[in-house]
Design a protein. Structure first.
Length: 196
């Protein structure tokens, strides 16, 4: 099998709790704090593996009326630029602003993109020709892992810095105490893929 014949793999990341400290409905640059190790992990994926990096994030703060799409877009563009400056550009950021119970007006929808449903991952697979079974995901919430599992993503890492006991209840393939640990797990996973 040639390199061109191999399935296109990707790394999927949740945002709040994986890329940045989850302070609850983060939507301002001055409230956005990157979690240590995120750029090192992303550089490994972008440079060594040459996989696209795709963010899939529930953002019900929009649907709840806490902030609007403009505020979200401004923050997301800034985040894209920071990753680019760090030599680890993001391929795409998908977000789901809807909530089935707490959404306001048109945002009160049980949307197929809202994790734990797999819609954002499936859309990314269509948009970028990604093999979900050949890909990996890092998430901190059980809904991230459930969505990745429903999408058929092959390697699921649960980032569980604060509650390893609760994390063990998720169907993750691996638990990581921090992003350095997640990077080591991802390196091992990519080595196991070998010539696939």
């Amino acid at each position: 099998m040639t390199l061109a014949d191999r399935p296109k793999r990707a790394l999927f990341l949740d945002r709040d709790g994986v890329i940045n400290v989850d302070r609850g409905y983060v939507h301002r640059i001055d409230h956005f704090e990157f979690i240590p190790g995120i750029f090192e992990l992303a550089r490994f994926v972008a440079i060594a593996l040459r996989w696209p990096i795709i963010v899939a994030t529930n953002q019900s703060g929009i649907g709840r009326g806490y902030f609007d799409e403009t505020a979200y877009d401004t923050l997301t563009q800034w985040m894209h630029e920071r990753f680019r400056q760090e030599g680890a550009p993001l391929t795409h950021v998908y977000h789901c602003p809807y909530h089935p119970l707490h959404g306001v007006g048109a945002y009160r929808v049980d949307h197929p993109w809202r994790k734990p449903r797999p819609g954002m991952f499936q859309q990314a697979a269509r948009d970028y020709g990604i093999s979900l079974p050949g890909s990996a995901l890092i998430g901190d919430a059980i809904t991230d892992i459930q969505a990745g599992d429903a999408a058929g993503i092959r390697f699921l890492i649960r980032l569980a810095q604060t509650d390893m006991a609760a994390a063990e209840q998720a169907p993750a393939h691996a638990l990581a105490v921090d992003l350095g640990d997640a990077l080591r797990l991802l390196q091992n996973f990519s080595n196991r893929l070998g010539g696939e």
